[in-house]
Design a binder for this molecule. Structure first.
Ligand SMILES: *[C@@H]1O[C@H](CO)[C@@H](O)[C@H](O)[C@H]1NC(C)=O
Ligand SMILES: *[C@@H]1O[C@H](CO)[C@@H](O)[C@H](O)[C@H]1NC(C)=O
Length: 506
């Protein structure tokens, strides 16, 4: 590394550090001033009597992410720009209950609306959740225990007052509705989503008088509430992770938040990654009594992320490097998916602060296999085959790789259903080339290193754009083999791979 690069790196590190410190300070002054100064007009509230010290300082810090760019609230982010889709386009602030500046104990509630995504990230302080007013299954069970359970049983239904906000002395007598129909239509539109549970959740909110706001259990640190839909599928789950990550950044959380699932889905192996990404995880029904949140954030449904909307909306964005974007902003480029991919790898302890160097003459070619798995309690057990001769292709590639003289090629058998998430991520990060038939497992390319090349084998029955788009938004080189059915000619696949290997210099 020469002196100039070093100086530049130091400068960037300093900026990142300064920015982090600044956000931390702003966060604490903005959020904790009012709650720590006790009001002389109010009787001691239950949180003083039940301090729950185990809640304090248990949240994980954010890792340093090289592709991180500030998530500042800026009204100048252009509509439908890449930053508006993937980063912070949540720039229209709507206060439903303003913070009480007189320093009295009371809650507040506001939403950050993105016109580009037609979706809001909302947050509130002094919010009480009543698990008994939310009907849904318990959640977190082993899948074998709940085979045949209907999806509607697993999704939440909210009774009035399922969520309550401490209105302090602004509420005299009867409680009132927080978010009326007009607000919901404007800022939490249902769009194409048939059962918009977040909208229903906000509709259940009541503002209650401070005198009625008592709680046995307080959670001091920020909590993100998430409702998952297709919770066993990697593509959909990544949209949920992304949404929770974006929400945490948009509201400026100084640490990684705790999570509470507001759904009753059973346990899946992907839960491990939720726990690795965030500070802790609980299901709503884990709380047997009302629970109060000092600061709670409502993560938009995964369907409202750019990752999902972009499948049909045609988002004109290409992956770019954060360093270049920092120096020269470009509305058609984004480094957000790289930032998030680094977040996922960092959550599992992989170093992201320096470029992982691969020996130039050895290449891992990762073949992501499709395997049958029990996705949810309603699953019939049969997975449609998208590549009928997958094993034959794999064997031919293996044979080719072992005879490839120009460089050493390791063909890696990506049996992801039999690997831990950490092993899956290691295989992705170590790969020069990732090959796969269309299947959710390929969504992992979000965590691939910048120079990775993707080769997707697409059957005529599943010609969908997910991975071509993710590769584009992340700036990865992408190739496709379009099959006329669901059978691939091994020689055609080898030919494509050979072409790619030549471009990699071997
Ligand atoms: C929450 O409930 C599930 C069962 O529904 C249980 O497996 C899990 O251990 C509970 N978690 C906590 C943190 O209480
Ligand atoms: C494969 O099909 C898709 C969608 O029909 C098309 O956009 C793409 O250009 C095709 N790719 C190749 C390599 O033929």
């Amino acid at each position: 590394m020469n002196g100039k690069t070093q100086a530049l790196l130091l400068k960037i590190l300093f900026i990142l550090f300064a920015f982090n410190t600044l956000t931390l300070c702003i966060y604490f002054t903005a959020h904790y001033k009012t709650s720590s100064s006790s009001s002389p007009h109010r009787k001691p509230t239950s949180e003083n009597r039940f301090p729950f010290p185990e809640n304090r300082h248990s949240s994980k810090p954010w890792p340093i992410l090289p592709s991180y760019l500030p998530w500042s609230h800026s009204s100048t982010v252009p509509l439908r720009s890449c930053e508006a889709y993937f980063g912070n386009g949540f720039n229209r602030r709507v206060d439903l209950l303003k913070p009480n500046l007189a320093g009295k104990l009371a809650g507040w509630f506001r939403c950050w609306y993105s016109e580009t995504l037609a979706s809001s990230i909302c947050e509130g302080a002094r919010v009480r959740m009543w698990p008994e007013r939310i009907s849904m299954s318990r959640g977190g069970e082993r899948i074998e225990e709940v085979i045949g359970r209907k999806e509607e049983t697993e999704l939440p239904k909210f009774r009035d007052g399922a969520f309550e906000l401490d209105g302090g002395d602004t509420v005299v007598g009867k409680e009132r509705v927080l978010a009326d129909e007009k607000f919901l239509n404007g800022f939490v539109p249902a769009g194409e989503i048939q059962s918009h549970t977040m909208r229903a959740l906000f509709g259940s909110f009541r503002v209650v008088s401070g005198n009625d706001f008592e709680c046995q259990e307080w959670i001091e640190e920020p909590v993100v509430l998430v409702t998952r839909f297709e919770y066993a599928n990697l593509f959909h789950t990544i949209t949920d992770w992304y949404s929770a990550y974006v929400s945490s950044r948009v509201v400026g959380l100084p640490n990684r938040p705790h999570l509470v699932f507001v759904d009753g889905h059973c346990k899946t192996p992907l839960e491990e990654t939720w726990k690795a990404l965030f500070s802790s995880l609980k299901y709503t029904k884990n709380f047997s009594a009302p629970v109060c949140f000092r600061h709670v954030i409502f993560s938009p449904l995964g369907y409202e992320t750019a990752l999902f909307k972009g499948l049909t909306e045609g988002i004109n964005c290409h992956g770019g490097s954060s360093h270049e974007l920092w120096l020269k902003p470009d509305v058609q480029k984004t480094a957000r998916l790289s930032e998030f991919g680094e977040m996922v790898r960092a959550a599992f302890g992989f170093p992201v602060d320096r470029q992982v160097e691969r020996p130039p003459s050895i290449h891992n070619v990762l073949f992501v296999r499709r395997e049958d798995y029990l996705a949810h309690p309603r699953h019939g057990g049969r997975v449609e085959s998208r590549l009928t001769n997958e094993q034959e292709i794999f064997d031919s590639l293996q044979n080719w790789a072992s005879n490839h003289r120009e460089c050493k090629v390791n063909l890696v058998n990506g049996l992801f259903a039999h690997m831990s998430m950490k092993e899956q991520l290691r295989a992705i990060q170590d790969a020069s080339v990732i090959i796969g038939a269309h299947g959710a497992g390929l969504t992992h390319i979000i965590s691939a290193l910048p120079k990775t090349v993707i080769l997707e084998i697409i059957s005529s029955l599943f010609r969908r754009p997910h991975f071509a788009l993710i590769a584009q938004w992340k700036g990865l080189e992408y190739h496709a083999i379009n099959l006329s059915g669901s059978h691939a000619d091994p020689n055609v696949v080898i030919e494509h791979l050979l072409h790619i290997m030549t471009s990699l210099g071997c």
